[in-house]
Ligand binder design. Structure first.
Ligand SMILES: *Cc1c(COP(=O)(O)O)cnc(C)c1O
Length: 488
């Protein structure tokens, strides 16, 4: 079906906005600043509203339905987060205002820093990185700087388990490290014999580790992993993008991790994907804290009997440098602070308990229908194989696309790489048993269709405005321009 572009519904002379009378004198722009041709669509207000509302309704979101996209933690984002982020005092401040006029903002950032330290067990934190991947880049850069300053520049190898998120090797490589893969064993956790052998080398800079790993399994040897790497002279980077199984249960600093990032836009319920910017704070120990990026909020003057504390900024002495303009994504910090304050310590622990319970409930109900390559109790997510031996021409992609016809967002597909035809499912804690049951019923029904009417799966999705895309072409030759001359 051809979807008319905004230019095709344009009618010459139609007008949707009326400009206010100018309150400054009219002036002549220099000739070369003016474009001869400015093809703007001409629409009434209602045509424009319907056009954009129609586009928005074609989108899938966590507000529209269940979104079990493994590793992405698509939990519901409570609307109170948005309300608080829109408080005029937060919304209308400028990042360069004198600190005495923004003490409320600084109070919020300071206490968010304290919350994140308490949750993870670390002593240092920088809120500034704008994403998980940027937090990783920062943390690995801190490791590199530390090694350089301690005469250890020859250490240029970072160990990375083969189940790791793709951003891990990217962050290592961008910082000039070579990566050495550490294989997983048949239980889906780090192969400790291979790790011990790799730790014999004298050029190990450290390891990047994710716990629970991307199979949703707890690395039960984690303390031994960090001990081996430290003994080998390396440092341990923790990928803390998904803290949804650990809140109030375990502190990553206790595992022996030296530095890690958190994804506020996953664990701490700030919107992501198409929903806006994220934040990837970095937490660390005393050893690496001097390398953190600034600005970090600190107490400049302690409170006294009749004055509140005075908050201000500091930049650590050996900082790797600033990585984001001003204080980072302040609006995101407000939302995460709101979420943590609303839940409190007991509430955060319940988040993790329900996240793990929900994942295990799905796994227990799908185990007989789908192949589970690494079975056992999972944490916040688990991975199925999207293929069966007796129907070789059905693939994980077909199952994922068919789920769209059932009204669900597909799970993560083809990641982690160590699972053949992976379907990575993360329900999160915010879903009810009814929703989980509906998803189980859909997954079982699709498995039945795969045998009885495989064409349904191959043709999916059929309920969407656009059917199955050539995803490589869509990503590599993206064309979102609606100007007719660019859209032939
Ligand atoms: C999401 C994720 C990242 C990257 O976070 P971004 O904010 O998308 O850059 C890194 N590691 C893991 C395990 C993740 O799930």
């Amino acid at each position: 079906m051809h979807e008319p572009t905004i230019y095709e519904i344009s009618v010459e002379g139609r007008q949707g906005v009326r400009f206010p009378q100018p309150d400054v004198p009219e002036t002549q722009f220099p000739e070369n600043f003016l474009r001869q041709e400015l093809p703007l669509p001409e629409l009434s207000e209602i045509d424009a509203v319907r056009h954009f509302s129609g586009l928005a309704q074609k989108n899938y979101s966590v507000d529209a339905g269940f979104y079990p996209l493994g590793s992405c933690t698509m939990k519901y984002n409570p609307k109170i987060n948005e309300q608080v982020a829109r408080f005029p005092g937060f919304l209308h401040t400028h990042p360069l205002q004198p600190i005495t006029t923004v003490q409320g903002n600084l109070y919020l950032m300071y206490h968010l820093q304290e919350y994140l330290k308490e949750i993870t067990g670390f002593s240092g934190v920088s809120l500034t990185p704008a994403a998980g991947a940027q937090g990783e880049f920062v943390g690995v850069k801190m490791i590199k700087r530390y090694l350089e300053e301690h005469g250890q520049s020859h250490r240029n190898k970072l160990l990375i388990p083969d189940s790791a998120h793709g951003t891990n090797p990217a962050s290592a490589t961008m910082n000039g490290f070579d990566t050495l893969p550490v294989p997983s064993n048949s239980n889906g956790t780090i192969d400790m014999d291979v790790l011990a052998e790799l730790c014999q080398r004298d050029d190990i800079a450290g390891i990047m580790i994710t716990n629970p790993n991307t199979l949703g399994l707890f690395e039960k040897d984690i303390v031994e992993v960090t001990r081996l790497v430290h003994e080998a002279g390396g440092l341990v980077y923790g990928d803390g993008a998904n803290m949804n199984a650990l809140l109030g249960v375990a502190k990553p600093a206790d595992f022996g991790i030296d530095v890690m990032h958190l994804n506020l836009h996953k664990t701490f319920s700030t919107p992501h994907g198409g929903g806006g910017p994220g934040a990837g704070p970095v937490v660390t120990t005393d050893r690496l804290a001097p390398y953190l990026p600034g600005p970090i909020v600190t107490v400049l003057e302690e409170e006294s009997e009749d004055t509140a504390p005075l908050y201000g900024y500091l930049t650590p002495e050996k900082t790797i440098g600033q990585v984001k303009a001003f204080q980072g994504q302040f609006g995101v910090l407000v939302k995460a602070f709101t979420y943590i304050s609303m839940l409190g310590a007991a509430g955060l622990r319940r988040v993790s308990e329900y996240a793990v319970l929900n994942a295990n409930y799905l796994l227990a109900n799908l185990r007989d229908t789908y192949v589970v390559p690494y079975d056992g109790l999972c944490k916040h997510e688990f991975v199925l194989e999207g293929v069966w031996k007796d129907i070789p021409d059905i693939h994980a992609l077909d199952i994922a696309k068919r789920l769209i016809d059932y009204g669900f967002h597909p799970p993560t597909n083809y990641f982690p790489l160590i699972v053949h035809e992976a379907l990575m499912i993360e329900p999160t804690e915010t879903e009810s048993k009814d929703t989980l049951d509906a998803f189980i019923a859909a997954m079982k029904s699709i498995a039945k269709e795969a045998r009885e009417d495989p064409a349904l799966l191959h043709a999916a999705p059929q309920s969407t405005a656009i059917g199955r895309l050539d995803e490589v072409k869509a990503a590599k030759m993206l064309n979102v321009c609606c100007l007719p001359q660019y859209n032939q």
